[in-house]
Ligand binder design. Structure first.
Ligand code: SF4
Length: 120
């Protein structure tokens, strides 16, 4: 069955159609090879960067994200792991690792905001 996929790689937002036939992905409507690869991945193993916040009592919420996309099917599991974080080091910098290899995805959860001082 054909499915419509709008490319999110660049602002041109090409409207593509993709169909899996005998294990191969047929893509039409792409403006470049990056978009074609995006459509293929969306059909076979869609991935997303997880963004969220870590809330620790007495501190401002810390924006976090994965340092690379994770399988879409693992996103809910990752969010549950993020919700379990109850402690943070006193001084954090953007890019510091909060959780390594979150949910076995190979991606690290990192701080997406800058320095935190005085417990905030
Ligand atoms: S297919 Fe290529 S040109 Fe079209 S939106 Fe995607 S990245 Fe941009």
């Amino acid at each position: 069955m054909k499915r419509k996929i709008i490319c999110i790689i660049c602002p041109r937002s090409c409207e593509m159609e993709a169909e899996v036939v005998d294990g191969a992905v047929n893509v039409t409507g792409f403006g470049c090879q990056r978009g074609k690869r995006y459509a293929e991945a969306e059909c076979i193993n869609p991935v997303r960067t997880v963004t969220s916040t870590v809330c620790v009592e007495g501190r401002a919420p810390l924006p976090v994200r994965t340092d690379k996309p994770v399988p879409k099917a693992k996103m809910f599991e990752c969010m549950k792991e993020i919700a379990k974080v109850k402690a943070l080091p006193p001084d954090l910098h953007m890019g510091d690792v909060i959780l390594e290899n979150i949910c076995g995805t190979g991606a690290n959860l990192i701080a997406a905001a800058g320095r935190m001082r005085n417990g905030n």
